[in-house]
Design a protein around this ligand. Sequence first.
Ligand code: GLN
Length: 447
Amino acid sequence: QALDQIQALEPRLHSFLQVTTDHALEQARQVDARIAAGEDIGLLAGIPIGIKDNLCTKGIPTTCASRILENFVPPYESTVTQKLAEAGAVTVGKTNLDEFAMGGSTETSAFQLTANPWDTSRVPGGSSGGSAAAVAAGECTVSLGSDTGGSIRQPASFCGIVGMKPTYGLVSRYGLVAFASSLDQIGPFARSVEDAAILLGAIAGYDPQDSTSLKVDVPDYTQYLTTDLKGKKVGVITETFGEGLDPAVEKAVQGAIDQLKSLGAEVREISCPRFRYGIAAYYIIAPSEASANLARYDGVKYGARIPDAENLMDMYTRTRAEGFGAEVKRRIMIGTYALSAGYYDAYYLKAQKVRTLIKQDFEAAFEQVDVLVSPTAPSTAFKAGDKTTDPLSMYLIDLMTIPVNLAGLPGISVPCGFDGQGLPIGLQIIGNVLREDQVLQVAYAYE
Ligand code: GLN
């Protein structure tokens, strides 16, 4: 059914960089065989799933939507896709993204534009836009994305589905192509909070192959999905309202907050005064880490290499010049500059200090409330091409999601209504470290 839907919709949506039909049918046959042999596989048995194309899949090309990895076929499997295969999920394809997950609209992909299923002249958000569009359009039941500054929550908001970024370190990043290692986290897209909870349970957990992986037990997240919010303390982040917020988004989020009250939650306003420095700190830290992580694409070990190099340096420089797109180059240049001797203290170190201050705002907030809420994004999905000539305006869409990555916290986006043009709006719910239970419960009760 998923493959049929893909065949019918891909000519308009372009959610997938690659549809893995044969691989999916083979995985499905294996699940059938396991069931026939009496194995109790669990809830993900036979469930069609889309995988963001920055997650390594053994024997299946993994491009990060970049020319520099166009011919890269990983010799190993990421931990999350390995776990999903064991849980019986069936991978139907690799989904489109902004090149190396750098962007907020999936438009920096070197290969194709993905359309928003609600209005195909608009973007699906990003960077995990393909994963979000595929789930929203029923091309797969659930999917995986990665979230460094909002790349799961923002496209979930733009596509009217649920998207969750777990606590930093809860899900192994082994096999996720690194963008900004201190921020990257893998998480689920789904059409319901329950499905997201099931998928999170399947991918979370300690992994010795990822040095930042947390040694914690993974509970059955579905046990927290209750509808009673009596006594639950919800903080509304003051700084996420006001100037720059689309009035339709404000109205929908206010409506959601009223509904949380009527479900028994105690709602109060909470100020996070340093929240607004999140973008500035992120756009030093993320490009700095990216500039180091992307140094490995030199034409020697991975993917593309220019054919007629005169010498080694010529091979490096021309491979990178031709292999990376404009946004990736911009990040590498910003990062290299911010890390260079003489500028390190003024930029990188300063940004790390600001990151600590933002973390402290959250710590103070969570002494008073169980979860925080805000809009997921300041607007609904915009038209393709609207922000491509102005990188700053693209960066600003992640105003509300970035601080959550800087502090390593769990956050979810759940649909909370539509604007006047019928475009979906998302409510962001943020929890304290490892309080996925609280985040999922409030999201489930609201939904
Ligand atoms: N839009 C942000 C950026 O371009 C976040 C991307 C992400 O979370 N991968 O860096």
